[in-house]
Design a binder for this molecule. Structure first.
Ligand code: FBP
Length: 341
């Protein structure tokens, strides 16, 4: 018997846990490996991700699900165990990135639309067979004084909604990710401009989800926080927490079981501090947690450096960030815990 979407979604946002985004596409993982001088070969990618998934205690205690790239879902560990099985044995749910990436949107210079709907029904049924129980699709929204245009917002919202409906038909929980870029160009927008655009985008996304008859109980939202651009950072932790919660309350129906933020280029500690501040100070109808890529992995990647003898150090770095974010997911993180480590 297949599991209920609501139960899978509930497990993905279980209290004190969050999602590890390890679904970097080939181009993105190459960038990450370039930063530590490691060649992006299939074996190196496997070794790196196997190191994360075998950080057993962190995975069991703080990670509810792992987003994978197509290659990883099919890969075996060095000893022949499928990586999906290692993840499942920790109690985490395996998930899969199914979008085909953000491409230039015709007639909208500087704006993108995410591709990948063609053939998606067949791919989802194959992924289900390979063990995936949730999926992820990221729409990318540019932000400036004049962007985004309504047409670009609508194109991305519709694609997200069509993707989500197909996932639910396949018994797979969709993570719906509309990302307003914090680290795009020019990156000088204020926190209030981010509020305005995030509100507009989330409204458009939920309107399209309703139109597409997506069951909100069986999805997870992965938004950006309401935060100023990378070249204009000055808002305090409290301001970002307050504005993010206010924006989400104004746009996200209470029937959505959980919201799991992307980190978007925030430093490790910022991403943790912001999440913890929201959970500590506000009552919300949804679980509020993390689905971080960089903010969970950056320290681990550095500690590992591509060297087999550094696997334990890499796992320690990952476990520390997983624990800090697990605490943030219940509002119980504080800076002293970082120093103690
Ligand atoms: O451009 P890609 O390779 O699809 O990757 C985008 C990345 O952004 C995320 O959606 C969020 O990652 P961050 O937390 O690092 O912002 C990841 O799930 C994903 O790996």
């Amino acid at each position: 018997m297949s599991e209920r979407l609501e139960d899978i979604a509930g497990a993905m946002v279980a209290s004190g846990k969050g999602i590890l985004a390890a679904d970097e596409s080939s181009g993105t993982i190459k960038k990450r490996f370039d930063s530590i001088g490691v060649e992006s070969t299939e074996e190196n990618r496997r070794d790196y991700r196997e190191m994360l998934f075998r950080a057993d205690e962190a995975m069991r205690k703080y990670i509810s699900g792992v987003i994978l790239f197509d290659e990883t879902l099919r890969q075996k560990a060095a000893d022949g165990t499928p990586l999906v099985e290692i993840i499942r044995n920790t109690g985490a749910v395996p998930g899969i990135k199914v979008d085909g990436g953000a491409k230039d949107l015709a007639a909208f210079p500087g704006e993108k639309v995410t591709e990948g709907l063609d053939g998606l029904r067949d791919r989802l049924s194959e992924y289900y067979g390979l063990g995936a129980r949730f999926a992820k699709w990221r729409g990318v929204i540019a932000i400036s004084d004049v962007l985004p245009n309504r047409g670009a917002v609508r194109a991305n919202a519709q694609a997200l909604a069509r993707y989500a409906a197909l996932c639910q038909e396949a018994g797979i929980v969709p993570i719906v990710e509309p990302e307003i870029l914090m680290d795009g160009e020019p990156g000088d927008h204020s926190v209030d401009r981010c509020y305005e655009v995030t509100q507009e985008v989330l409204r458009a996304v939920f309107a399209e989800l309703f139109n597409a008859r997506v069951s909100l109980e069986g999805m997870v939202l992965k938004p950006n926080m309401v935060i100023d651009g990378k070249n204009a950072r000055k808002a305090s932790v409290e301001e970002i927490a307050e504005k993010t919660v206010r924006c989400l309350r104004a746009t996200v129906p209470a029937s959505v079981p959980g919201i799991a933020f992307l980190s978007g280029g925030q430093s490790d500690e910022e991403a943790t501090a912001h999440l913890s501040a929201m959970n500590a100070a506000y009552d919300m109808p949804w679980q509020l947690t993390f689905s971080y890529g960089r903010a969970l992995q950056a320290a681990c990647l550095q500690a590992w450096g591509g060297k087999p003898e550094n696997v334990a150090a890499g796992q320690r770095a990952f476990s520390h960030r997983a624990r800090m974010n697990g605490l943030a997911a219940t509002g119980n993180w504080n800076r002293d815990l970082e120093q103690a480590a």
